[in-house]
Design a protein around this ligand. Structure first.
Ligand code: IPD
Ligand code: CA
Ligand code: CA
Length: 267
């Protein structure tokens, strides 16, 4: 069955806005936090409240699709038979949300069974910024078309990255790469929400971004925004096939090779 990606993007955007309104009800207050894999890795009442809006809405709109969500696993049609897959991060940037830092987002992506993203929406309810993309139909920020930056050299670039939750024990924790990149660029940022890092590349606020150990729900929607805004996405080998987030470089295209070079030279 062929989907109308324009219509699906509208449906996903509406669901992200509803979830964002729900998350805002909990924003600016003390939060109920539960730790997950370690003390850095938490889930809050906001994450669960967001999922409680998104999941029923998607299940009813797309009953024959499979849904993979960060906090609740797999739902909907069986993964073995489904043609389409949703990847949901109910709150990306949970550490920011838990500290009432206004930089987090609801991230919703639709992909085909080869994990090629088809639709992505990323919504920051505090700033009311809604990023969307649909394959072949472009990327938007609050309905305005997006384009990546033109920055051509690292010394003029502002790049973003992130660090994994197991950074205390994982030797590939990005500290060496942060140290290697810092002297080469105008500046680096660690804002703490991968979905928004990618959307900031899509709209030219950042010139590039890299991160390891992400899950598809963190990055699938933002990756499509970068691609549809004219940017580039690959893993560390440079391949753009089935990028999952385990290794991710996103850039305006001009800086891709230079970012990749720093990464491979600093394993
Ligand atoms: C995290 C954020 C962060 C990134 C982490 C992610 P969460 O997602 O996107 O920027 O560095 O790797 O796990 O836990 O806030 O949904
Ligand atoms: Ca996330
Ligand atoms: Ca999350």
């Amino acid at each position: 069955m062929n989907l109308n990606l324009h219509a699906v993007r509208g449906t996903a955007a509406g669901i992200a806005r509803m979830a964002g309104a729900e998350v805002l009800r909990y924003y600016g207050q003390a939060h109920d936090e539960v730790t997950k894999s370690n003390s850095y890795d938490i889930v809050t009442e906001g994450d669960h409240a967001s999922e409680a809006i998104i999941l029923p809405a998607l299940l009813s709109a797309f009953p024959d699709h499979h849904i993979i969500t960060e906090e609740s696993g797999g739902l909907g049609a069986p993964a073995e038979t489904a043609e389409y897959f949703w990847y949901i991060d109910p709150v990306d940037g949970t550490t920011n949300f838990s500290k009432n830092i206004p930089h987090f987002a609801i991230s919703i992506a639709l992909a085909d069974h080869n994990r090629q993203p088809l639709v992505g929406v990323v919504f920051n309810p505090v700033t009311n910024e809604l990023f969307t993309a649909a394959r072949g139909l472009g990327a938007t920020l609050n309905n305005q078309p997006l384009q990546v930056s033109n920055t051509a050299t690292l010394d003029q670039a502002v790049l973003a990255t992130g660090f994994p939750y197991d950074r205390a024990t994982n030797p590939e924790n990005n500290v060496r790469r942060w140290n290697a990149m810092l002297p080469l660029v105008r500046d680096l940022r660690r804002f703490g929400a991968a979905s928004l890092d990618l959307c900031f590349v899509a709209c030219g606020r950042f010139d590039g971004y890299w991160e390891s150990w992400l899950n598809p729900w963190d990055c699938m929607a933002g990756m499509l925004c970068v691609l549809e805004a004219g940017g580039a996405v690959s893993d560390y080998s440079g391949s753009s096939e089935a990028v999952t987030g385990r290794e991710l470089i996103a850039s305006n295209g001009h800086l891709h090779a230079a970012i990749r070079q720093m990464i491979v030279e600093n394993p």
